[in-house]
Design a protein around this ligand. Sequence first.
Ligand code: ADP
Ligand code: NI
Length: 216
Amino acid sequence: MQSEKEILENVKSEIQNQFEGEATGHDWWHIVRVVNTAKQIAVEEGANSFIVELSALLHDVGDHKFHKELDAQERLVGNILDKVQVSDKVKKEVVEIVVNVSYKGANVETLPSSLEGKVVQDADRLDAIGAIGIARAFAFGGNKERLLYHPNQPPVLHDDFNAYKNDKGHTINHFYEKLLLLKDRMQTKTGKRIAEERHLYMKDFLKQFYKEWNWK
Ligand code: ADP
Ligand code: NI
């Protein structure tokens, strides 16, 4: 049996190898930021730090944006957990958290069932807003060859995951379809508090963006 510390170390190096150099904002440093934020929220919220850290490390494995099969996440996360020989209970908890972390559209509910799941979802979403969130959105948009903005293409509040996933709109729309909605969807008090400042920063950014766009 490996200790919790050894399990975290082993998973960490496997994930670092897998995500280093990823160019869509899901790189290794995104994982590092999510792990750090999640650990901080876990302390304030009294969540189990081992489950939180393990799930945060694994949260982007098998993500729907890179894998077509629906159960890719469960399978790939499960494989890594089997290698480090966690108990069935831990495996079940972590897989459940990872599967429920992702945002799936404005009108699609993704509610984590455990406190640890709430903490990891909040940490992941906090990294999608604020200055880093803005940078990631344009990095993602550039990678997908999307326009920064188009004044005649209004945002869409998606009712289902496929419509959200297949949308090819410009990146400013992504703010209305996801980023500005995240503050009110934070699951923990700590997450809400951190989100406030980042939310205001994005609103200021948009104000300035339109001001420059319409400059005369
Ligand atoms: P989640 O972590 O909830 O699964 P994603 O993996 O979809 O979120 O998003 C990862 C990053 O890529 C986030 O910063 C997100 O805002 C950005 N992103 C996702 N979809 C788009 C898009 N259509 N336009 C711009 N950025 C996007
Ligand atoms: Ni993520």
